[in-house]
Design a protein around this ligand. Structure first.
Ligand SMILES: *Cc1c(COP(=O)(O)O)cnc(C)c1O
Length: 218
């Protein structure tokens, strides 16, 4: 039978183990439970088990599910991990505390404008197209420096870099590359690692792991 408490404990202990191996503090790694496609009931089971950071990939789905849950549990942090259209920036800034998919100047401009209007700005990870994939979101590595400068000169708080390695490839070289880009640009936050590979990501420096399936399915 499904047991979210046991799954959460298992994921946490995998993170702790990876931290121990790498000589890192478990407190330096934030576990984001990716709840896209999951019901409010399933989410509440994880909240009851102590989970506080959640991730969604669509603004509309988050708007349907989260206002009620957030009202009930005010200490939740909500992360936008999917592609964000500029015309959804205002709704996103209301709903989310964190955005992991900042990848272009027009989105910086939209988010910075609504941040002034709302008096509220999400912490932003710049998404890097780490495998140079045609169809993927994220800024090209060659353009990362320029985009980071644009973030720095905006009012948006920069949280770090985010990437999704190419499907079917060994993820670790891409995690190592993202960590290297972070060092090169003086950025410390690293959002990387999903159900299949979060322990590797933690060993390579992830500060935020985005885990869905391993928390919600047996
Ligand atoms: C869905 C999703 C995840 C979680 O993936 P799992 O394999 O279910 O852990 C993480 N990051 C992003 C950007 C996602 O869209």
């Amino acid at each position: 039978m499904t047991n979210p408490v046991a799954r959460l404990a298992e994921v946490r202990s995998s993170i702790d183990r990876a931290c121990k191996i790498a000589g890192r503090k478990p407190d330096d790694v934030t576990l984001i439970a990716v709840s896209k496609g999951r019901s409010a009931e399933a989410i509440e089971q994880l909240i009851a088990a102590g989970q506080r950071h959640f991730g969604e990939s669509r603004v509309q789905e988050a708007a349907d599910k989260w206002p009620v849950l957030r009202h009930r549990y005010p200490d939740i942090s909500l992360h936008m991990i999917g592609r964000l259209q500029s015309n959804k920036a205002e709704e996103a800034a209301w709903l989310f505390d964190w955005v992991h998919s900042l990848d272009r100047r027009s989105l910086i401009d939209s988010l910075a404008t609504v941040a002034v209007k709302l008096g509220r700005a999400p912490h932003c990870f710049v998404q890097v197209n780490i495998g140079a994939e045609e169809q993927k979101g994220g800024v090209a590595i060659a353009e990362l420096g320029g985009l980071l400068e644009a973030v720095h000169s905006s009012s948006l708080p920069l949280a770090g870099l985010m990437a999704i390695p190419p499907e079917g490839a060994q993820a670790s070289p891409y995690f190592a590359l993202l960590a290297e880009l972070g060092r090169r640009h003086g950025v410390t936050g690293l959002s990387m690692g999903m159900s299949a590979d979060f322990p590797q990501a933690v060993m390579l420096g992830a500060t935020h792991v985005r885990v869905g399936t391993a928390l919600f399915e047996d």
